[in-house]
Design a protein around this ligand. Structure first.
Ligand SMILES: *Cc1c(COP(=O)(O)O)cnc(C)c1O
Length: 379
């Protein structure tokens, strides 16, 4: 009988379950009874910091919290504008609103679906304090151009690298292009864990110090509050588990890259049949999820479901069209590439333990679908 290939696999942590339970038992029985911001968190931060060559890495409550902490540390607040992509996840806009500033939506590149530097440049005003490009499903944002944009307009550059941990563009890791970057460790992300967590990574030690205070009620020494902070502390059990799992991360990422390459190779001939794959190559690629653009996205999605293949739509609506963010969307303004992306995007299963056979079955189904659809128009 044909097996189902889920989009969200139920067995992500199967191989590490024993370690997870051991860690819970060890920390639970430890006489220190230290469950947050202890030795495991410090070691976890230091491991990431050393690996990246960052000035500081600060583990915190989530990727969303990490964005908010950096914005606060940068003193972004009321009256300030932050240019964000019109296509992406809610925290891009909500984290800016959370510090009292205004997100200004710029359009994305039609092919890569990441923030378009030219569109971002067009949204810069005298109020703009920062620009917040996000790496998306398969492709990192054009960081050399955002670096140039930030420098020429005196803007802070915050990199939403929540999904791009381990990705590298021109030799520089995702997260290290901006003055600060963020990672998310929520279950589904490439270095996900069984729970909530995130990190701020920064090249700027002073900024790191501020984030460190902000995540723990604005204190450096206990009960001495230098700034107004929040509670965004990291869990010791998760830190211990992630320290263990980090050794296998490069291999899991490499397997994701291999799957992405296999898909892209198979889908290259479908471009004139209404199914567009992400650009090939490995530089500046992140392999969190694999997203196609399909003219008949919903029909394809149904077709795949009929063939026992799960898929997912990230994201069905551009951010300025979400009810929550409508007040930040200037009336009459359009983001045509973001709107197009939200109508066409479809994510296929991609996790390290997907077998070659399953990858081929998914690719076969997509190719089969495209074969029966519109062919190239006769000249
Ligand atoms: C997942 C994600 C976040 C938020 O991370 P959480 O840990 O879920 O809060 C932020 N930005 C992007 C681009 C993401 O994909």
């Amino acid at each position: 009988m044909r097996s189902e290939i889920p989009f969200f696999p139920p067995d992500l942590f199967e191989h590490d379950r024993k370690v997870m339970l051991d860690v819970i038992r060890d920390i639970g029985r430890d006489s220190r009874q230290n469950f947050i911001l202890g030795e495991h968190t410090r070691e976890f931060e230091e491991m990431l910091r050393a690996d990246l060559g960052a000035a500081d890495v600060i583990a915190c409550g989530s990727g969303t919290a990490a964005l908010g902490l950096v914005l606060r540390a940068m003193d972004v607040g009321p009256g300030d504008e932050v240019v964000v992509p019109a296509f992406g996840c809610a925290p891009l806009a909500s984290s800016v609103l959370g510090v009292g500033a205004t997100p200004v939506f710029a359009d994305v590149d039609p092919r890569t679906m990441v923030l378009d530097p030219e569109s971002a440049r067009g949204r810069v005003t005298h109020r703009t304090k920062a620009v917040l490009p996000a790496h998306m499903f398969s492709v990192m944002a054009d960081m050399p151009r955002f670096t140039e944009l930030a420098a020429s307009h005196d803007l802070r550059l915050l990199e939403d690298s929540a999904v791009a941990q381990g990705a590298v563009l021109h030799g520089t890791p995702a997260g290290m292009w901006g003055e600060a970057g963020v990672y998310s460790f929520v279950q589904v992300k490439s270095f996900g864990m069984p729970g909530e967590g995130g990190a701020v990574v920064t090249r700027n030690p002073a900024l790191g110090k501020r984030v460190r205070m902000l995540r723990n009620h604005g204190q450096q020494e206990r009960f001495v509050h230098r700034v107004i902070g929040t509670n965004s502390r990291f869990d010791e059990i998760q830190a211990a588990f992630q320290r263990y799992r980090y050794a296998g991360f490069p291999a899991r990422l490499a397997r994701r890259a291999e799957i992405a390459e296999r898909y892209t190779e198979r889908f290259a001939p479908l471009a004139d049949r209404g199914v567009l794959a992400p650009p090939p190559g490995r530089d500046g690629r992140c392999h969190y999820v694999y997203c196609l653009q399909a003219e008949e996205r919903d029909v394809l999605r149904e077709y795949l479901a009929e063939h026992g293949i799960g898929s997912h739509v990230y994201y069905p609506l551009a951010l300025p069209h979400q009810a929550a963010f409508l007040p930040c969307a200037p009336v009459g303004e359009r983001w045509p590439n973001a709107e197009r992306a939200s109508a066409r995007i479809l994510a296929l299963p991609m996790y390290p333990h997907l077998t070659d056979g399953e990858v081929d079955r998914i690719a076969d189904a997509v190719c089969e679908f495209a074969r029966h659809r519109r062919g190239p128009q006769p000249a």
